[in-house]
Design a binder for this molecule. Structure first.
Ligand SMILES: [Zn+2]
Length: 116
């Protein structure tokens, strides 16, 4: 994998972890770190992102045509995004901006294979 692409994926994972951290601190009082469920969700999300079939061309998950998260984790991450998304802009403006820019990339087209 190209270095730039792998950096992008590292940043995406960092962003997801940051958002889960904000959500957990506010909703679960996990000030000293993630609660068990959120830690598990973060680890799961990282595994999925690293296993992404698009590799170097990975779009942001929001725009991805493949829904690779299991349904309950997808629901959980959606709750996190709904909470942390609007707050990212002022808590972590640089990260939010970067995420927005990456989000503009079009998802590569893909055959009809669906989720794994
Ligand atoms: Zn939590």
């Amino acid at each position: 994998m190209r270095a730039a692409a792998s950096r992008r994926i590292d940043r995406e994972i960092e962003t997801v972890r940051t958002m889960i951290g904000m959500y957990c601190a506010a909703q679960h009082g996990g000030a000293a770190g993630l609660c068990e469920n959120c830690a598990e969700l973060a680890a799961y999300a990282e595994r999925r992102v690293r296993a992404c079939r698009f590799g170097a061309d990975k779009p942001t998950c929001q725009r991805c045509p493949v829904h690779c998260f299991r349904p309950e984790s997808r629901e959980a991450i959606r709750r996190v995004m709904r909470y942390a998304g609007p707050r990212m802009a002022w808590r972590h403006p640089v990260m939010a901006l970067r995420h927005l820019l990456v989000g503009r990339r079009e998802a590569p087209t893909l055959g009809k294979e669906g989720a794994r």
